[in-house]
Design a protein around this ligand. Sequence first.
Ligand code: F0G
Length: 340
Amino acid sequence: SIRRMGLIERYIDRLPFELGDPIVSLNEGSTPLILAPRLSERVGAEVHLKYEGLNPTGSFKDRGMTAAVSAAVRDGAEAVICASTGNTAASLAAYASRAGIRGVVLVPDGKIAAGKLAQALMHGAQVVALRGNFDKALELVRAISEIHPIALVNSVNDFRVEGQKTAAFEILEDLDGRLDALCIPVGNAGNITAYWKGFQESGASPRMLGFQAHGANPLVRGEMVPEPETIASAIRIGNPARWEEAMGAMVGSGGKVDDCTDEEILDAYRFLAREEGVFCEPASATSVAGLLKHGAGDAQRIVCVLTGHGLKDPQTALDESPPVIPCEPTLKALEKVLVG
Ligand code: F0G
């Protein structure tokens, strides 16, 4: 069955791989598309959630990483490196361990969610905490991969985009090709580039609605943000690598780019968990925050991409929730708590 197949195997005829190539896979992809009835009611359109948090390491990055690491291994690489706000690091670490090669990740010191750090360390990657932000980290890994034999697997690597475009294929299959708009968070702008490529290769042209966090909104401002800041740490990026392609996707599809405040992002984050039963990380909720801000417009059928699992960032979840209820271990005490 498809769910026991990785995405390179599933889509090999549409990817730059051939039968017999060494494939590094954890059976990523084939994630569920979940109808969101309450969100649909709020915006007056049929809205579905592409729950990418159900990939092997809990984010969409696994789609790109199976492709990038497989290609690196095919080319004889013995080490892979990336800069990351956390999810790429977790995914690289898992796929490098699977491939039996060295994994190195550069993350902004103190600015990545606990779950992601735990994953990267647990899978045995070398985790370097940079005293600088993601943009600086990307600059450094680009430079070091040019002078040392270590393969760069950030989304500047075209294999990442190739792997990630398969999410567009899956959505079109699940919706029989009928989709009017896609809402997606934008950080380094690799994923929106990948979806647009996947849609175009399928002859589809949904409006691409890209949303950034207000404090990390270079595409909205039309200029770099030197010190990006947002609660959505995954998209705390001021100088996206795929800037031009992302703008091309949004303009070319008749879509738009906009931003959401941290408060709007957190509202959507709680709404999804409490009213749709779907727990994503804060950055992922930006797609829904953007839809709620922007409205459905003339779109009848919309997909919001939920890029990462809520468990990635337990601290934000705890901070945004009511406290637990203490209780003595007696029936009377429990009754008092439950019925007052
Ligand atoms: N959502 C999540 C959960 C992410 O981790 C990222 C990017 C994005 C959205 C934005 O995607 O960069 O392709 O526009 N995370 C990268 C990382 C930067 O290092 O994990 P993008």
